[in-house]
Design a protein around this ligand. Structure first.
Ligand code: SF4
Ligand SMILES: [Zn+2]
Ligand SMILES: [Zn+2]
Length: 305
């Protein structure tokens, strides 16, 4: 085992893109300092904010919650957790259990909202006609935002890490969705959206996994049964292969996208309208969630089996 570059302890982590070796203590310090730096740089939090964290019970969301809980006293934050139960058999119960345990241990109020109660169906019931992921993210964002508004949150934090961000950027490029590329990650909190923040956006996924393990956060490592074989999982594998040969390329993709966004925003962005059906902010006259709900209702019982 090689030694930490900063002390005589055994290294637990080699950061390939910088060549640094770190022991567990120096890794944890580095991780926390970098997340706090990102929060400050992007002006994500203000003193006294009421912050909700969308939690799944996985490593990313529990790490985000853990970091915000650490900052709670210094910044006088009110921290809440919101879990969305999509209704995926054999998966969500495990991750929700991890979220419940963590929140009760850390005395963080947890609000659980479900597809069944909020929309009238579970993801398992509607996935037959389309890929479940096509509904999942749209409805999850809808329920998180509505709950955030009900709770009077100033900010809504999610556990997106660097890998998630880079995958989303590449997916938006692939589908040529200029509007989304321009707006992605901005979550400016205007016009009916609770302001979104992503404190882990600059932390590689494997660093988040190591952090959650070293802190013993009790995160669930269960994988959604619908995750395999999707375009996103192929994009993930492709980016990981690139990163292996070119360490640091994930940071370059993120930085490149951030540089391009202001130019694209001027060229492409339309003013957000209000959805005619639910009043949520939308780029079209009806929002994506209402379009999908309409499709599900049209198919009626045929789909809801
Ligand atoms: S993989 Fe599972 S949790 Fe992720 S978007 Fe698809 S259905 Fe939802
Ligand atoms: Zn050390
Ligand atoms: Zn709508």
């Amino acid at each position: 085992m090689q030694r930490c570059d900063r002390c005589s302890e055994d290294a637990v982590y080699l950061r390939r893109y910088s060549g640094q070796r770190m022991c567990s203590e120096h890794f944890l310090n580095y991780f926390e300092e970098k997340v706090v730096k990102t929060i400050k740089k992007e002006k994500m939090l203000q003193r006294g904010d009421k912050v909700g964290v969308g939690v799944s019970g996985g490593k990313d969301s529990l790490t985000t919650l853990h970091m915000l809980k650490n900052l709670q006293e210094d910044l006088d934050l009110e921290v809440h957790a919101i879990a969305v139960d999509e209704g995926v058999k054999g998966y969500r119960a495990d991750t929700l259990g991890a979220a419940k345990n963590f929140c009760s241990r850390e005395k963080i109020p947890l609000h659980v909202v479900s597809f069944k109660a909020g929309l009238g169906f579970t993801l398992d019931e509607v996935h037959k006609k389309r890929s479940p992921c096509a509904y999942c993210g749209v409805f999850r964002r809808k329920l998180l935002n509505e709950t955030g508004i009900k709770l009077g949150l100033d900010k809504l934090a999610t556990g997106h890490n660097l890998d998630d961000e880079v995958q989303a950027i590449m997916m938006n490029y692939i589908s040529g969705d200029v509007e989304r590329i321009a707006r992605y990650g901005s979550g400016d909190g205007k016009g009916g959206f609770v302001k979104r923040i992503k404190p882990l956006a600059e932390m590689p996924e494997k660093e988040v996994a190591l952090y959650a393990l070293l802190w013993d956060l009790g995160a669930s490592f269960a994988e959604c049964p619908y995750a395999g074989g999707t375009l996103r999982s192929k994009v993930r594998d492709w980016i990981n292969a690139l990163e292996k040969d070119h360490p640091g390329i994930k940071f370059s993709i993120l930085a490149g996208s951030r540089k391009m966004q202001p130019l694209l925003r001027n060229a492409a962005s339309k003013e957000l309208k209000k959805c005619e059906k639910c009043g949520a902010p939308s780029s079209g006259s009806v929002c994506k969630a209402c379009l999908l709900l309409e499709e599900i209702n049209l198919k009626g019982n045929e789909t809801l089996i």
